[in-house]
Structures are given as structure tokens and as C-alpha cells.
Design a protein around this ligand. Sequence first.
Ligand code: PLP
Length: 490
Amino acid sequence: MPMEVHDEVSSDYQVLSRMATCDGHGENSCYFDGWKAYDEDPFHSTKNSNGVIQMGLAENQLCLELIQEWIKKNPQASICTKEGVSDFKDIANFQDYHGLQNFREAIALFMEKVRGGKVKFDPDRIVMSGGATGAQETLAFCLANPGQAFLVPTPYYPAFDRDFQWRTGVKLLPIHCDSSNNFKITKTALVNAFQDARNSRITVKGILVTNPSNPLGTVMDTKTLRTLVSFACEKRIHLICDEVFSGTVFGEPEYVSVAAILDEVSPHCDRALFHIAYSLSKDLGVPGFRVGIIYSFNDAVVRCARRMSSFGLVSTQTQRLLANMLRDDHFTTNLLAENKRRLRLQHQRFTAGLSEVGIHCLDGSAGLFCWMNLQWMLKAETVAAELELWRVIIYDVKLNISPGSSFHCSEPGWFRVCFANMDEETMDAALERIRRFVQRTASDKPRTIKSNKKRWRPSRRLSVPPEFNSSTVMSPRLISPRPPLDQTAN
Ligand SMILES: Cc1ncc(COP(=O)(O)O)c(C=O)c1O
């Protein structure tokens, strides 16, 4: 009998679930074009110097060799060495979803240190998850029913749409922020978003914020944090603070965790409404370890999240290694300080190079990226024009950066550019390509977009640190590859 031939797509819709056939993951979005372009033609300083430079990846690769050194010096920390293998049976057999006591204590200490020792964390409230990705989804499952909503300030980390909404059926509704006040959350914007949801008969269960912000690279000021905390208390809704970038603050103002504000406002506020999502993906630069943490001040949430953590436990091998590493006080103190120092240098090097060609970024003091303003390069003040410019940057300039619309930014023309996943040579190549692109664009007809909106202005000139001599940015010694614009200009 001849085999029946199925049309793959339509048969999938018949035999699979709604979740398997829906687009909630976001992988089919046009924003993956940049990644595809990079995957097909990745830059390498000697083997493929005309390739696409990856600046769309919020990865911290600046201190990995320090971690490697520690691992070499501490072979007993791993069960896969002759010094540590005697613990193999105990560790390989352990599968309690509370996690190793040692690990939870080490994480609590590390979280305290990252926050300048100003807050205390209880190891019994530390719940494991598969990265902050898993932490967000678990919190959504614990705090809201399908159809209920969380408010989230724009622009925000695009994968929240996947992590928070896809499998849980929870909605995210925007709190619109704009550049007129450097994208800060105002009480008015918060109240409007809450009221809009009410008008649409959607129950708001909470607010989800990221501090420091991805994609802005800014730290939330204490006043805004207090506003959020009191709004949550007043409305009896939850506040989730994603603090995955807390160890990347390399400048002023000082970082303040929501945990510190709770200490301040207690007992006027119900602590059970507050939750922190954390991970070691950014601060330590080990996203492959999948170490995520849910820290909730709510006992019921801790209980439920812990039960759910069976779906995303951190392997005991990783727990053991990290328990040893993070308990090494001298090592973590140095690592955090060096991480900040290198991030600051890398940020200053990059933003100084941009400002030399007249490109400005929002004043950032944290994170692994800059929020770059290219509004003056747009043909029109639209998302379509932003995406058109973005495609030129990917395919002609050969830089994979991320357009603001992918972060739900309400103003076209902003782009997130990552700088901590590359060495100086690659950064110099990227800056050189940008310089040539700006020169070429400037010689085209000047663009003037009519707008009634208050325009964003850079707030201060960049100060270049003594360690960094800006003349080196464009020095021929450092410009290794001949950028593709050389060819396209011909
Ligand atoms: C704000 C924010 N939250 C969560 C995550 C996910 O982190 P993880 O690798 O720990 O899942 C990211 C990753 O970029 C992020 O930027």
C-alpha cells in the first residue's frame, strides 16, 4: 500500500496541542534575522574579518579566565577530579529539590555581597530554577492565572514575552516610558497602565521590573523603587524585580535592591507581595550553568516554587562547584571588583568611540550593553524605518545589534548594542565600521523628521578614563580587519 503523504504543517495543527503549534516562543520573529546573519557569517579577526560582528548577545565574557584560574587552583571543588571524586556517590545520588544546604548558603552570601552587604538573604528562601528564565516562568505560575496580567515598563527584555506568557497564559501589559525623562517609570504611567487594564477588564496581579535595566543599562533610582513598592502595597499586587544584572553596576548611582527598600518601609508594607528573580548568567558570566534563583518574601510562593523547581533543578555537580567557589570570600570580592572595572573600561571605550562620530547613548552605568540613539538616521519616525535601518546595519555594516522595537520601545530609532562579549580588537573593528557608516550616511541628504514630541538630548559629555586613550580607538594598529564598507563603497 502506498504511504500516505501528509502536508506537514496542516497535519501538525491537527495532531499537536495549541501550545506546540502557537508562536509563543517568539523564535519566528523577524528579530532573529540578525542572529541568522551572524550564524551564517560570524566575524573572526583572522579567519573571517569581513563577517558579522555579534553585538546582540548580552553575555559577559570579560572575567571568565579568573573563574578558570580558580577552578584550576581548587580541583577538590569538582567531583570530576581525583581530588574531589570521593564525593561522587553522595553528589550524584542527591536530588532533593531544596538543593544542597551549602549551595543555598553560598548563593545567599553572594547575593548579599553583590548588593554591597546592605541586605540579608535567608538561605531557606532560596529556590532553584533553570536560569532566570525558569525563575520568571515559575513566578508567573505562582502569582497569576491564565488571562491575568503583569504590568511591565517599556522598553523591556524581549524574552519576557516567552518566559512569562507562553506556557502560563499570563499576559504582559506595557507601562509606557519614553526618552523625555530617560525612560524612567513615572507614577502617571503606572496609574495609566493599571487603569487601561481595568478598562479592558483584565485583572492586574503585579508589576515586573528589571533593575538594572535590560536594555537601558540604567539603575533604578530609590524614589522610583519606593513608588513601585508603595503602589504594589496600595493596590495589593505583586512586584517582581529581575535583578540578574545587579553585579554589573560599574558606575553611579549606587545599586539599590528592592530588598533594601522593603527593610525601609516595613511594617507598613506586606512583604509577601515581593519577589526577586536572580541568576549567575550575567554577574558571573556562566549562562550555560543554568543557575537561576527565585527569592520570595512570601512563604506560600517559596513552597510552591520549590515544588515546581523539580522541572528545572540545578545539577548537584554544579551546586557543589559553586558552593565552594562562592564561599571563597577573597575570590568573590576580587571577581566582583574586577568585573566592574573591566565593564566600566569596555563601556567607556565603546561609548567614547561612538561619541567621536556623533552617536550618543543613554547614560548607562550597568549591564552589558548601551542603549544607542540613531533617531537622526531614520527616514521616518516609524518602526518600519527603524527596521529598514537595522537591516542595513546587519547586512551592509555587518553588525548584529538589536532594534528598539524588539524591546517594545515606543520610540523608533533606539538600538541595544552589547559590548561585553568581545575583545578590544573586535570592538575596534565594530567602531571602525560604525565610523565609516556614519561618514557615508552623513554625506547623503540630511534627514529631518518633523515631530511634536519632546526630543531626547544626551545629558553630559563623556569623560574618558585615564586608563583609556581615545586615540587608540581608531589607531591603525588596532583596526585589524578591513571593514566591508571598504568594498561596498567601491
Ligand atoms: C532581564 C533578564 N532576565 C532574565 C534573563 C535570562 O537569564 P538566564 O540566562 O539566567 O535564564 C535575561 C537574559 O538575557 C535578562 O536579560
